[in-house]
Structures are given as C-alpha cells and as structure tokens.
Write a protein that binds this ligand. Structure first.
Ligand SMILES: [Fe+2]
Length: 270
C-alpha cells in the first residue's frame, strides 16, 4: 500500500482511482484549522477519505466535523430521526427507525437538486449480524472508461428527475477540480433527453442506458467496498463519486448516520 503525506496528514492510498485512509487523525476529537484545511485538500485530490476512531463516532462529533467542512444540510424531522441532531440523516433497514433502505442503487447524494450536496459524511450506528457495506465508484474514472462514441453521445445528453427538478447534464465538470465526470444517478433519474433538441429517449433507450451504467460501475476492480466497523468515519465527494448501499436483511438492525454539506449551484459543462 502506498503511503502519502498531505501537510499534517498521513495516509495510505486505497486504489489508483479513489480513496485514502488517513492514519493520524481521530475523527472523534476536535480538529484544528490546519487539519481541516489539509482534509479539504485531501478531499479535492482523492475524493473519498476514511478516518478511524477507537470509539464509535459520536453524533455531536460528526455534526461538528461536518460544520467545519461546510454549511451543513438540515433535514425536516421524520419519526425515528434524532430530534437533537437535524443535520443527521438516519438510514436504516427497519421501519420506524429512520429512512428505510435508502441508497440501494448507484447515486450521488442530493443529485436531483440544482444545488446538490457536496460532501457526505458517514458513520455506522448499528451493524447487522451479516455486516454492512457501502460501495464507492469514481465518476472521473467511469467517464475515462467509456467507449468514445458513447462519451460523445452523452456529452449532449441530460438526465431527467421528474417534474419538480431541472434536467442535469450527464457529463459535467467537478466544480472545484474542473475535471469532467460521468454523473450517473440510477437511484434518482427517471430518463434521458437530447440536450439540444430536448427529444426524450424512448423507454427502451432509457433502459439500455441504465443497464449499461449499472454494468459499467460494477466492472471488476473499478469500485471499492467499505465494510463498516464502529469508529469508521467516511467522507465522500458527491461531485466525483457514486455510492451504493449494500442491501441487508431487516431481521437485524442496520443504522447509518449521514451528514452532508451544501454544494454550489450546478454549472453546465463547457
Ligand atoms: Fe447516498
């Protein structure tokens, strides 16, 4: 494993296309300004950051860290959520404990919005007996791996998100790095259209494209499976990554805590 240093941070690179594991920061302890700035640098370069605490992540510490990284997303209360922590989106596999079985398709959080989420911060609250996993895939890498003729077609393609939200370009620029990404959101999008003519894709074309994207992101050795342990804290850059929650049986409880920072308004690609 390749070891790296980003000013005050030390870490290991997980794969060539995504992710580092920071080895000298405890996310349950307050981080000073230098560490936060270095963390932001690491996020912009590697997009997926793993931190580890010897103790389970306390919600107040996760919320505090999220606020240091950006403006936090705040959720309306639903039964099962934490009244004292409206910044925490509680995902579960059992009814009454929060949002049930969210994220079981490749997606980036908040991607339906014109101002999507930038960073999602995750920790595990309950691990079912068979374990819990989240998969991550680089959308820069997904674009680079596309056949050239399909990349050209998708350059002029928009994804649709129902009547309430604006269509978004399927290929767009990461707002910070300016690198282009394939913005796949199988879990949210309900079809595609030509960007110029606004002609809708047929149902068959939509299905074929979703099927292709699904296979594309599940291509061997391109994604990373994180198997959750208590004390893990994961920061994911939604501009650059898709993730997928591995389904679990509801006979033992799974609870994932997600906080998020607000992103900037989506720009159309040049
Ligand atoms: Fe998600």
């Amino acid at each position: 494993m390749k070891t790296i240093k980003i000013n005050s941070l030390e870490g290991d690179i997980i794969t060539d296309s995504l992710g580092i594991r920071i080895t000298n920061v405890n996310p349950n302890l307050p981080l000073n300004e230098e560490a936060i700035n270095d963390l932001k640098t690491a996020i912009n370069k590697y997009h997926l950051i793993f931190l580890k605490s010897p103790e389970p992540i306390a919600l107040e510490n996760q919320v505090a860290l999220t606020k240091q990284l950006g403006e936090p997303w705040v959720y309306d209360y639903i039964p099962g959520q934490y009244k004292d922590y409206p910044e925490v989106f509680k995902v579960t596999n059992q009814k009454g404990n929060g949002f049930v079985n969210a994220g079981q398709a490749w997606h980036s959080d908040g991607s339906i919005y014109n101002r999507p989420m930038h960073l999602s911060v995750f920790s595990i609250g309950e691990i079912p007996k068979d374990g819990a996993s989240t998969y991550f895939s680089s959308l820069h890498n997904a674009l680079e791996r596309l056949p050239k003729n399909l990349a050209e077609k998708l350059n002029n393609t928009e994804a649709l998100f129902g009547k309430m939200y604006k269509p978004h370009a399927v290929i767009w620029e990461h707002p910070i790095t300016s690198k282009k990404v394939l913005h796949i959101n199988e879990g949210f999008s309900d079809g595609f259209r030509d960007k110029v003519t606004e002609k809708l894709f047929s149902q068959k074309e939509n299905e074929e494209l979703y099927e292709f994207f699904n296979m594309h992101l599940w291509e061997e050795n391109t994604y990373y499976e994180h198997k959750w342990n208590f004390g893990d804290l994961v920061i994911a850059d939604n501009y650059a990554l898709a993730h997928y929650a591995k389904p679990t049986h509801s006979n033992t409880l799974r609870v994932l805590h997600r906080t998020a920072t607000k992103g900037i308004k989506r720009q159309k690609p040049s």
